[in-house]
Design a protein. Sequence first.
Length: 317
Amino acid sequence: MIVRAGIDEAGLGPLLGPLTVGLVSFQVPAASTNLWEALSEVVAASHDRDRIVVCDSKRLFSQDKGVAPLERSLFPFLGVERGTSLAALLEVLSVPGREELSRYPWYQSPPLTEVRLPLAADPEEIADLTARLATSMRSARVSFAGARARASEGYGYDAGSREFDGRFGWLSWLVSGLLSETASAHPGADLRVFAGKQGMRVQYETALRRAFPGAFLWVRDEQPHRSDYEIAREGAPVRIAFVRDGEDAFFEIALASLVAKYLREVLMSRFRAWWVEKAPDVAETAGYGLDGKRFLAEVGPRLEGLGLPRAAVERLR
C-alpha cells in the first residue's frame, strides 16, 4: 500500500486566535501519483467554476470572500454534509482536547454542537462536487485516507510555547504528533509525507525523533528549499520532505493548508461573534499585525470586567 500525506499550518504569526495544523492522506496506486493530474476531471489548481479548487489557502481565502471557497473545496473530501455541526467536524478531524475549548466563552454559546455547517457555501453544490469527486477517485484508483488537525490557542498555546522554546518549537511538537498518528494508522505502508517548511528552518531532525522515538532516522538532504528524511520501520520506510512553498508543488500540502485555514477561520468566527456582542463598538479583527494590536488596545481595558485573563485572548509568547 502506498500512502501520500500532506501537512501545513495556519495562524503561526497572528497575535490572536488559534494556531492550527492540518494533515490529509490518500492511498494512491503509485508513489509518483500527482493528484492534480489524477483527479483533473473534478479538481483544479486554480480558480475554476466547475471543479474543486485545491491550492494554497492564501490564494483561496480572504476576509472579503469569507469561508465559502474553503468549504466548497474542502467539504467534498471530508464528506461534510448539510447540517453537520462544528463539534462533529472537530471529531472528523480528530482534534484532541476538544473539551478545552469550553474554557473560552466564545465557544460556549451557542455550543459547538449547535453551530451548523456549511457556514457560507451552497450545500447542494457541495453534494454535487462530493459525488463527482467520489467517481473520479474510483476511476483513478485513489482513496481518501483521512484528515487530522491540531488547534492551539490561549492558555494551551502559551504553555506549549514555553515548554518548547517558542512558537516554532510548539509547532514542531504539534506536527510530530500528527506524523506519529499517521504512521501508526498505516503500519507497513510506503508512506510519503510532504510538509510545508516552517519559516526559514532547514533542520527538522529533533521533531522527527519525537515522532519516531528509537527509530533509525536518515537525514537524506537539508537545503533551504527542501529537507528530506527517511525513517526505518517494519515493512516500508516513512519518507518525509519539508518543502518551501510546498502548497504550489504538492496537492497534499495544498489540501492540508485548506484544512488548517478553515479550522482557524471557523474558530475565529466564534471569537469575532462573541466580541461583537460584548463590545459592539470595537471593529472586528482577523488577529494579525497592527490590526490585532489595535483590537487588543481597544478590548484590553474591558477584560477584567468580562472576567477574562489576558492570556485567554492574547498570545503572550
